[in-house]
Design a protein around this ligand. Structure first.
Ligand SMILES: NC(=O)C1=CN([C@@H]2O[C@H](COP(=O)(O)OP(=O)(O)OC[C@H]3O[C@@H](n4cnc5c(N)ncnc54)[C@H](O)[C@@H]3O)[C@@H](O)[C@H]2O)C=CC1
Ligand SMILES: O=C(O)C(=O)[C@H](O)COP(=O)(O)O
Length: 382
């Protein structure tokens, strides 16, 4: 028997909704920040991204059977409430992890060029070694680097990987990358993990990058350090009170972006596709076609590189963080309410960005080939 069509309510910013859900449901879309209980009184399925707070009040007393978030982070979802209400739930673990890794690599390679250093001279510390932090560590290792890793939950569970304490990582790293989820409870909460005390452990001259969640860093404490010493290079993709950006802090940030580290088209469509899979499993619908079916062909698929070509050439072609930095800065002179709207608009109208693996680089040198492959590009030796 064919199941009846589902009534699906979704965030209007979820790509490929029609392609992935039209065969099984009637889809109604709304702005993610404004989905209300009354929008859900006749809904079987709710599909969100990170800006919809999914609480018991939102979904109770509706026919809701399944909630999905096309994101990695789940701090906007009251999972316990969904469980208590008997509503199925899925996120999209790892969907845009490669995009975040490529954001980090591009930012670091741009800073290396500006500040005339090589990543090989630096100690890189990764806080939170899951899908994003773990893949970042793998790519750095492939490049010949040995990142320091801090992840107490994994450290308690696992043997084999070598972890260091947060204090050791902060004191020993030249470059610190934060990739934890946002948690307020449990043994290792991450809210304000970097606060007045812990921020003091970071050495002058270090690079601090956060592409996890804004409140993992106490932004007033960070602002105080920068106002006092102005001795860090900051890369912030996430902010403590999004969509509001603290302009005083942004003034000290070298690369400031509007929570778009994970915004590759590949990552976003992968997230939607993973939800269709999860929904199929949960409610007994047919699975989608393979992911490739829903991904458009990339505009730039092949590039021939000269032996001496700067690595920034292909990196910047696929992702230039300063484009996003400039766009965000243009909004920072606005009044708070308008700035917040502009932040959401930058994300809603985000240009197409493809992952490194969509581009084949044609090179003649095996050394160059290995390096570019380690960064995540496809490589063909001519
Ligand atoms: N800026 C952006 O566009 C994006 C941001 N994110 C954020 O990045 C976070 C991480 O993503 P994934 O790596 O995919 O998640 P994940 O769940 O695979 O990994 C998170 C890791 O952090 C570790 N962790 C938890 N508490 C910790 C603590 N106190 N100290 C150190 N490590 C701790 C966990 O044990 C886990 O290994 C997401 O939860 C999300 O909030 C994810 C995608 C895009
Ligand atoms: O996947 C996550 O977690 C993220 O942070 C997303 O990239 C956030 O994107 P939106 O859901 O806010 O569009």
């Amino acid at each position: 028997m064919t199941p009846r069509k589902l009534r699906i309510v979704a965030d209007e910013n979820i790509p490929a909704l029609e392609a992935l859900f039209a065969d099984i449901g009637e889809i109604k879309t709304y702005p993610g920040r404004h989905i209300t209980h009354s929008d859900l009184v006749k809904a079987d399925v709710l599909l969100v991204r990170s800006i919809t707070q999914v609480t018991a009040e939102l979904v109770a007393n509706t026919p809701m059977q399944f909630v999905g978030t096309a994101t990695i982070g789940t701090d906007h979802i009251d999972e316990a409430a969904l469980k208590a209400l008997g509503i199925g739930f899925s996120s999209a673990p790892g969907c845009n992890a490669d995009a975040v890794v490529e954001y980090v690599l591009s930012c670091l390679l741009h800073l290396a060029a500006e500040q005339s250093f090589s990543l090989h001279e630096k100690t890189i510390g990764i806080i939170g070694v899951g899908q994003v932090g773990g893949r970042l560590a793998s790519r750095l290792r492939a490049l010949g680097l040995s990142p320091l890793l801090s992840d107490p939950p994994r450290q308690k569970r696992e043997e084999g990987e070598t972890f260091v304490s947060l204090d050791e990582l902060l004191a020993s790293s030249d470059i610190i990358c934060c990739h934890t989820p946002l948690t307020q409870t449990g043994d290792d909460p991450t809210w304000h993990l970097l606060n007045e005390q812990t921020l003091q452990r970071i050495r002058a001259g270090s690079i601090l990058l956060n592409a996890g969640r804004g409140p993992v860093i106490d932004q007033q404490a960070l602002l105080a350090r920068m106002k006092g010493a102005n001795d860090l290079t900051l890369v912030l993709d996430v902010w403590e009170h999004e969509p509001v950006v603290l302009a005083d802090l942004a003034a000290y940030v070298r690369i400031a972006t509007p929570h778009i580290a994970g915004y590759s088209l590949d990552g976003k469509i992968r997230g939607t596709w993973m939800l269709r899979n999860a929904l199929a499993n949960a409610l007994g619908f047919s699975p989608p076609l393979p992911l490739e079916h829903y991904l458009p062909v990339a505009d730039a698929r092949e590039l021939k590189l000269e032996a001496q070509a700067d690595v920034l050439l292909p990196v910047r072609l696929l992702y230039d963080p300063y484009r996003d930095d400039r766009a965000l800065r243009q909004t920072l002179l606005l009044e708070t309410a308008e700035q917040a709207i502009a932040f959401d608009q930058l994300r809603k109208l985000y240009p197409v960005r493809r992952e490194f693996s969509t581009l084949t680089l044609v090179v003649s040198s095996p050394v160059q080939a290995t390096y570019l492959e380690s960064l995540g590009f496809r490589v063909a030796l001519e």
